[in-house]
Unconditional design. Structure first.
Length: 98
Protein backbone atom coordinates (compact mmCIF):
# COMPACT_ATOMS: atom_id res chain seq x y z
CA UNK A 1 0.00 0.00 0.00
CA UNK A 2 1.33 3.47 -0.89
CA UNK A 3 2.06 5.96 1.93
CA UNK A 4 -0.57 8.64 2.56
CA UNK A 5 0.79 11.85 1.07
CA UNK A 6 -2.22 13.74 2.35
CA UNK A 7 -4.34 16.21 0.51
CA UNK A 8 -3.53 19.48 -1.17
CA UNK A 9 -4.76 22.62 0.54
CA UNK A 10 -4.55 25.89 -1.35
CA UNK A 11 -3.64 28.80 0.94
CA UNK A 12 -2.94 32.52 0.50
CA UNK A 13 0.05 34.02 2.25
CA UNK A 14 0.91 37.66 1.71
CA UNK A 15 -0.92 37.84 -1.61
CA UNK A 16 0.55 34.63 -3.02
CA UNK A 17 -1.34 31.36 -3.48
CA UNK A 18 0.44 28.18 -2.39
CA UNK A 19 -0.70 24.57 -2.83
CA UNK A 20 0.31 22.75 0.35
CA UNK A 21 0.38 18.95 0.35
CA UNK A 22 0.03 17.65 3.87
CA UNK A 23 -1.28 14.70 5.84
CA UNK A 24 -2.43 17.23 8.46
CA UNK A 25 -6.06 18.25 8.78
CA UNK A 26 -6.81 20.78 5.99
CA UNK A 27 -8.48 23.17 8.45
CA UNK A 28 -5.36 23.10 10.61
CA UNK A 29 -3.14 23.81 7.60
CA UNK A 30 -5.43 26.74 6.71
CA UNK A 31 -5.10 28.10 10.27
CA UNK A 32 -1.32 27.80 10.10
CA UNK A 33 -1.30 29.68 6.79
CA UNK A 34 -3.56 32.39 8.21
CA UNK A 35 -1.19 32.79 11.17
CA UNK A 36 1.84 33.09 8.87
CA UNK A 37 -0.05 35.55 6.67
CA UNK A 38 -0.92 37.71 9.70
CA UNK A 39 2.71 37.65 10.86
CA UNK A 40 3.98 38.61 7.41
CA UNK A 41 1.51 41.48 7.18
CA UNK A 42 2.55 42.72 10.63
CA UNK A 43 6.23 42.53 9.65
CA UNK A 44 5.49 44.38 6.40
CA UNK A 45 3.83 47.20 8.35
CA UNK A 46 6.84 47.70 10.62
CA UNK A 47 9.52 47.10 7.99
CA UNK A 48 8.28 48.08 4.56
CA UNK A 49 10.31 46.30 1.92
CA UNK A 50 9.61 45.11 -1.58
CA UNK A 51 11.75 42.03 -1.04
CA UNK A 52 9.49 39.05 -0.25
CA UNK A 53 12.39 36.84 0.79
CA UNK A 54 13.63 39.46 3.25
CA UNK A 55 10.10 39.79 4.65
CA UNK A 56 9.77 36.00 4.95
CA UNK A 57 13.08 35.79 6.86
CA UNK A 58 11.98 38.56 9.22
CA UNK A 59 8.67 36.76 9.76
CA UNK A 60 10.46 33.46 10.42
CA UNK A 61 12.68 35.17 13.00
CA UNK A 62 9.64 36.69 14.72
CA UNK A 63 7.87 33.30 14.84
CA UNK A 64 11.07 31.62 16.12
CA UNK A 65 11.26 34.27 18.86
CA UNK A 66 7.68 33.45 19.87
CA UNK A 67 8.52 29.75 19.95
CA UNK A 68 11.64 30.25 22.07
CA UNK A 69 9.76 32.50 24.52
CA UNK A 70 6.94 29.93 24.84
CA UNK A 71 9.46 27.15 25.45
CA UNK A 72 11.18 29.20 28.15
CA UNK A 73 7.85 29.99 29.83
CA UNK A 74 6.91 26.31 29.65
CA UNK A 75 10.23 25.27 31.25
CA UNK A 76 9.66 27.82 34.01
CA UNK A 77 6.14 26.52 34.67
CA UNK A 78 7.39 22.93 34.63
CA UNK A 79 10.04 23.84 37.20
CA UNK A 80 7.47 25.54 39.41
CA UNK A 81 5.17 22.51 39.20
CA UNK A 82 8.03 20.15 40.07
CA UNK A 83 8.89 22.31 43.07
CA UNK A 84 5.28 22.35 44.26
CA UNK A 85 4.99 18.59 43.75
CA UNK A 86 8.11 18.14 45.88
CA UNK A 87 6.62 20.31 48.62
CA UNK A 88 3.40 18.30 48.56
CA UNK A 89 5.35 15.05 48.68
CA UNK A 90 7.28 16.25 51.75
CA UNK A 91 4.03 17.38 53.40
CA UNK A 92 2.40 14.00 52.77
CA UNK A 93 5.50 12.22 54.08
CA UNK A 94 5.35 14.29 57.30
CA UNK A 95 1.63 13.57 57.71
CA UNK A 96 2.15 9.86 57.19
CA UNK A 97 5.01 9.79 59.71
CA UNK A 98 2.90 11.51 62.39
Amino acid sequence: MAPDNGSVVSVDIHGQRYPIRSALDPEYVARLALYVDEKMRAAAETTPTGDSLRLAILTALNVADELFRCRAANRERTGELAERAGELERLIDRLLMA
